[in-house]
Design a protein around this ligand. Sequence first.
Ligand SMILES: Nc1ncnc2c1ncn2[C@@H]1O[C@H](COP(=O)(O)OP(=O)(O)OP(=O)(O)O)[C@@H](O)[C@H]1O
Ligand SMILES: O=C(O)C1=C[C@@H](O)[C@@H](O)[C@H](O)C1
Ligand SMILES: [Mg+2]
Length: 205
Amino acid sequence: MTAASGARVEAPESAAGPSDPIRVHPVLPCTLVLVGLMGAGKSSIGRRLAQRLGVDFVDADAEIEAAAGRTIPEIFQELGEPAFRDGERRVIRRLLEDRTPHVLATGGGAFMAPDTREAIKEKGLSLWLKADLDTLFERVARRSNRPLLKTADPKETLRNLMAIRYPVYAEADIVVETRRVPIETTVEKVYQALVAHLNQCHLNQ
Ligand SMILES: Nc1ncnc2c1ncn2[C@@H]1O[C@H](COP(=O)(O)OP(=O)(O)OP(=O)(O)O)[C@@H](O)[C@H]1O
Ligand SMILES: O=C(O)C1=C[C@@H](O)[C@@H](O)[C@H](O)C1
Ligand SMILES: [Mg+2]
């Protein structure tokens, strides 16, 4: 989506004095949609970024779980991956159409579905959190809630997914490389990339 930029100036909560900080943050012209592989940080970065921008955070995976009344592993096991993908497509379209601009963390496979990708391009601003294989593997190894990685060699599975998905994730409007650094460092990097992008749109108008 073509973005118009603006800045919201927030007065401090207490009575403003000469030394009170004035916080200025960009106004999201549309929903910021985070894409990327499992472990890229869409959920953990997205939540913190939304707080910083003063907008809602929505996690598509959590919305699908709530709608299905099941966890993602249960959906995959009991209903199958096609049913999960169908729910994912519907949930993301609904969020893009019905909710005011917010930060939306998608599941790792969402941007791979052509119609979801089209909807995101039309109604949102997409940002790919790009990470290398070792960083991703280190992060996903901490939890076992990702059905696609329940394979004999999850690192090889991730490598294969990277080969298939990275050329598609590269269609995102903004790309931010994330490495093994503290989460807040990545949040700052994403925030700065977003501001630069919105300023660029503004200059091009
Ligand atoms: N710099 C960093 N950026 C992002 N995540 C980090 C960073 N450092 C550590 N982490 C950790 O890596 C994990 C990232 O997982 P997260 O669930 O946010 O990824 P995701 O992209 O939402 O994955 P999924 O597609 O499976 O939902 C979290 O446990 C987070 O605490
Ligand atoms: O990369 C994927 O296809 C997935 C990522 C997760 O966020 C979940 O959406 C689910 O486990 C599938
Ligand atoms: Mg997530």
